[in-house]
Structure formats: structure tokens, C-alpha cells
Design a protein around this ligand. Structure first.
Ligand SMILES: [Zn+2]
Length: 335
């Protein structure tokens, strides 16, 4: 069995983390933050494995000691991962209390105890307050790794007690090299551009027809703009898709349109996206921002577990889009 190794674009972050750990300079609380799909969770796994391994190599866990085997089996008693019980819901106080009990006990394998919380911003206020004590006065040999795509949604007191580790989007060339063997007939750069350059998000697009769903969403938006599809008809077609995926796609296109305005060429894109960005260039910045803000609110609502009515949500997106596209045409003179 081999150890979990960081992705190629994570080498610098990895070196800094494991060398600080070796020198006893790693703080008890770390906050891994950055765009979704750049490998924060993966790095947390690498670090947990390294910290718990009983005979680590120079820069990685050994992959074969008892501790490494327990980790691979998902049964290491000194490693706890906490996530919402249901996707999109909150991490509750009871879950954090259990984690506190775990952190308060002596480690079973005689080494460190490691806790991973993801997504950390899913902790509700009570849960976050319950975790604070452990971040303020950690027991010896504990490591708490918080993972967050949206660290600004974390309580300031939590943020200030952790050392932030920022995960940047890798250079396009490096990410393309990694993605290339996985993406068949598709162009890696075009896939990466669909995901703001996040390699794991681009890889996930290739799973379960996500790419097709996203491109067909782009086609529908193009058709609405061309007057070939009604907004409500489009919304009905989107009912089978994950609303969050649609919102994120549209957010990315709006971002890309702004980027295109500043940079000019933004690299390879899929044909339907290219068309969409051309359309977006013809809409005023103010209107684009208004839609962007509204989508961000809907995204936050979904992530907070509020469970909005899906049909209404999709109809609103479709109608907002239609209205925005209609605004491109000159006003007809009043009769
Ligand atoms: Zn090991």
C-alpha cells in the first residue's frame, strides 16, 4: 500500500506543512481555505496520514504501518472527520461535543489526535462556540484542520484562532497536464476554464453526465436569448439537474464575462459557453452584477440548508435571464 501523496500543484504547500510539523512548528488549528476543487480535503488527508504514521518517510507517510493501514480502512481511532449529517445542512453542536470528547481523551495509538472539519462554515453558532475552547486551549498533540471554501462565513473568533493556509488555483498549464490523461476527447483547458481553473472540479465534471447537463444548460440560455425558448419551458427542463450546479455554472459564466472584458482572450472554451459569453458582453455590467448578487444569495440559501422551492428558484433564474437578455434590445418607442 502506498501513502496518500499531494497533487502535483500542491508541492510547495505540502513541503511547508510537513517541514513545519517536523520542526514542531505547526499550530494546533489550521484553516485550509480556497476555491472548491483545488484539493484542500486531499491535503488534509495527506497531512493526517503523515502526522499519524508511526514510521514516516522523508516527506510522506510510510503507507504500510498499522496506523497507515487503519487510515486506509477508515477506522483509525485517533482521526475524526466531522461533516454535516445531511449534505447542505449544518454541523450541529452535538457533533462538535462528540469531537471535543475525542480531543479530550488520550490517543489510542500513542501519537497525535487529528480532527478534520469540512465544510467548516457549516458549523452553526452553537457548534462553532463549542469548538472554540479546543482551539483556545488545545490539549497536547492535537491537530484540528478546518476546511472552507468560504472562510468569510466563519465566525471571526474561529478564524483568529487558526492559522490560515490558502490554496490557490494552480497554473493552467500544470493543471492541464494533470487533467489531460483523464479527459478523453475533451480539451483539458476548456474543462478547467469551466471551473475557474480548479482541477478537481474539472475532473468531477466528467462524472455522471455533469458536463452534458451543464452544456445543455448553456444551450438553453442561448436559446432563451434568441427567443427560441420560453423561460418557463427552460426552467421545466432544468428540474432534473442539481440547482447548485446550475447556479455555480451561471456564476462562473458571469465571472468569465467580466474577466474577458479585462483580459480579452481567456483561453479555450466549449462552443455553447463561447456563445454565452458573447451574449453577456452585450449586457450592461450593472445588470450582470445584479444577477450575480441574486445568484450568490440563492447559493447561500441552499448551502445554509434552507431548502428553497426548486421550481420557483429555477423559474426565477430563467425569468431573470430572459429579462436581462431582453434589456439588450433598444426600447420600442411608446405609442
Ligand atoms: Zn505509516
Amino acid at each position: 500500500m502506498s501513502a496518500t501523496l499531494p497533487y502535483p500543484w500542491q508541492q510547495a504547500t505540502w513541503s511547508s506543512l510537513f517541514s513545519r510539523f517536523r520542526q514542531g512548528q505547526l499550530p494546533h488549528g489550521l484553516l485550509f481555505n480556497g476555491t472548491a476543487g483545488v484539493g484542500k480535503r486531499h491535503m488534509a488527508n495527506c497531512l493526517a496520514e503523515f502526522v499519524l504514521c508511526s514510521s514516516p518517510q522523508n516527506d510522506a507517510a510510510c503507507g504500510s504501518c498499522k496506523s497507515c493501514e487503519l487510515i486506509k480502512a477508515g477506522t483509525h481511532p485517533d482521526l475524526q472527520s466531522v461533516s454535516p449529517e445531511e449534505q447542505g445542512k449544518a454541523i450541529k453542536i452535538d457533533q462538535v461535543r462528540k469531537l471535543n470528547d475525542f480531543l479530550g481523551q488520550t490517543s489510542q495509538q500513542g501519537g497525535y489526535k487529528v480532527a478534520i472539519l469540512a465544510p467548516a462554515e457549516a458549523m452553526n453558532i452553537n457548534a462553532a462556540n463549542a469548538l472554540l475552547k479546543n482551539l483556545e486551549e488545545p490539549s497536547a498533540r492535537t491537530l484540528i484542520i478546518l476546511i472552507s471554501d468560504a472562510p468569510n462565513r466563519l465566525m471571526a473568533t474561529i478564524r483568529s484562532r487558526c492559522q490560515a493556509v490558502a490554496f490557490a488555483v494552480p497554473a493552467l498549464e500544470e493543471a492541464s497536464r494533470w487533467l489531460s490523461p483523464l479527459c478523453g476527447d475533451h480539451k483539458p483547458e476548456a474543462l478547467l476554464n469551466m471551473c475557474s481553473g480548479a482541477p478537481l472540479a474539472a475532473r468531477d465534471l466528467l462524472d455522471d453526465g455533469r458536463l452534458e447537463a451543464r452544456l445543455s444548460f448553456a444551450d438553453d440560455l442561448n436559446q432563451i436569448a434568441a427567443g427560441q425558448m420560453f423561460s418557463l419551458q427552460a426552467a421545466a427542463r432544468w428540474m432534473d439537474a442539481e440547482p447548485l450546479m446550475l447556479i455555480e455554472a451561471l456564476l462562473t459564466w458571469l465571472q468569465s464575462a467580466s474577466r474577458q472584458e479585462v483580459q480579452g482572450d481567456i483561453g479555450q472554451l466549449m462552443e455553447s459557453e463561447l456563445q454565452l459569453l458573447q451574449l453577456l458582453q452585450t449586457v450592461g455590467v450593472k445588470l450582470r452584477f445584479r444577477l450575480y448578487d441574486k445568484l450568490l444569495q440563492s447559493k447561500a440559501q441552499i448551502l445554509s440548508g434552507a431548502n428553497p422551492n426548486q421550481q420557483l428558484l429555477l423559474e426565477e433564474i430563467a425569468m431573470d435571464w430572459q429579462a436581462m437578455m431582453a434589456s439588450r434590445k433598444p426600447m420600442r418607442p411608446a405609442i
